[in-house]
Ligand binder design. Structure first.
Ligand code: GLA
Length: 390
């Protein structure tokens, strides 16, 4: 990969001395969906798929960026004195947002770069290619100029850049999983306190299989913000009688006893999902410790049904892919993963059945939807970093 990147760099910007290489993964969430911005728990992990960068320093204030994934877009250029969101800069707004965030926080960016990006995360599949490129730019700036910035601060900066510079009101899960990922581990993150613990995914004989619906995500951003608003309205109703700061503060039993406080029926279902899903994420991490795989399968099923019926962020394609997986004899559990409205599912599959699973689930999905799914056996990797002799 690095040799290839070097070649692309040379053909785009010419041969340069002292190239440095960086990598940031994509992420997949095992469970705990739409809980991050509700002060709940998530249980994601970093993938070995991700985004690579080859970087050469410049001695002026110019940043030139090229992505091998968007060849037709050509080289994007900006000046460090004038970093602004520009629609025509398209993908390059993500790294620009992180540069801007550094500057806003008083971390100087003394000179520019020539950078080539190249990634192997499928675009728009909900595996966080955007958070990946944000963290990638973050580690570049950290490594060259600001080693005092720790990984958690980078994560927060990347999320803030996405919220304010890009204008997508996401929670912290994606940036956290990508910044803090650890090989063979998922992480149980409390999104309210940012306390976290790694959980070894020590499931011998089992594989994590990601399946991409290849359904283009539609309306995802606006519906995402609507869900946030609905949860917030439900919280305000609950706060009339309960001393809580987020939906992550309530246990399912307390929610059931008080859900009548929520006036609007839709908002009540949204909040129910957030509360129960938070509980499922905590329980799943616990079940991994106990090696209680069957229980994990049930929790994944409940999670999907709740996202389908109460949170309403699945779509026929996600449902078909999950239903087909549930019927396969080699499956422990399966659910949609990420924001929803398209994107991917995650399944736990017995090793010996992986090929058969891909074949049969893929065929059935195609029969039902006319779409061809892509499958990846997930490999859980490290977080964003400079590649030195790797
Ligand atoms: C997107 C957001 C995350 C999270 C998930 C849903 O990936 O970026 O912050 O809210 O959706 O769990």
């Amino acid at each position: 990969m690095l040799e290839e990147l070097k070649g692309i760099f040379a053909s785009v910007f010419g041969e340069k001395e002292g190239l440095r290489f960086f990598f940031a993964p994509g992420r997949v969430n095992l469970i705990g969906e739409h809980t991050d911005y509700n002060g709940g728990h998530v249980f994601p992990c970093a993938l070995t798929m991700g985004t690579y960068a080859a970087v050469a320093e410049r001695n002026d204030g110019v940043v030139r960026m090229y992505s091998d994934n968007f060849k037709d877009a050509g080289i994007k250029e900006c000046s460090l004195d004038d970093i602004r969101y520009q629609k025509e800069d398209d993908w390059a707004n993500y790294p620009k947002g992180v540069i801007y965030e550094f500057q806003q926080r008083g971390y100087s960016v003394p000179h520019g770069f020539d950078i080539v990006f190249s990634g192997n995360i499928p675009n728009g599949a909900g595996l966080s290619s955007s958070a990946s490129i944000e963290l990638l730019m973050g580690v570049v700036l950290q490594s060259y100029f600001h080693p005092e910035v720790d990984a958690l601060e980078l994560v927060k900066m990347a999320q803030h850049a996405e919220n304010t510079f890009i204008g997508v009101n996401c929670g912290i899960m994606d940036q956290f999983a990508i910044g803090m990922g650890k090989k063979h581990h998922a992480m149980l993150l409390n999104c309210d306190t940012l306390d976290y613990e790694y959980s070894k995914l020590d499931v011998s004989g089992l594989a994590l299989v990601i399946a991409n619906t290849n359904k283009k995500r539609t309306l995802a951003d606006s519906s995402y913000n609507t869900r946030r608003q609905e949860c917030n309205d439900a919280l305000l109703d609950l706060q009339k009688a309960l001393d809580i700061v987020s939906l992550g503060d309530i246990k399912p039993s307390d929610f059931d006893a008080n859900s009548g406080l929520i006036q609007n029926e839709t908002n009540r279902r949204r909040a129910k999902h957030a509360v129960y899903e938070n509980h499922r994420a905590i329980k799943t991490a616990h079940m991994f410790k106990e090696n209680n795989i069957d229980e994990i399968g049930l929790l994944m099923k409940e999670s999907h049904l709740s996202l389908k019926d109460d949170y309403e962020v699945t779509c026929p394609e996600l449902d078909e892919l999950v239903f087909a997986a549930w019927e396969h004899e080699g499956v422990i559990g399966s659910r949609m993963t990420g924001a929803g409205f398209g994107g991917c599912t995650i399944s736990i599959v017995k090793d010996a059945f992986v090929d058969d699973f891909i074949q049969k689930v893929g065929d059935r999905y195609q029969e039902k939807t006319g779409l061809k799914a892509d499958f990846y056996v997930a490999d859980i990797g490290e977080g964003a970093r400079e590649l030195k002799g790797e």
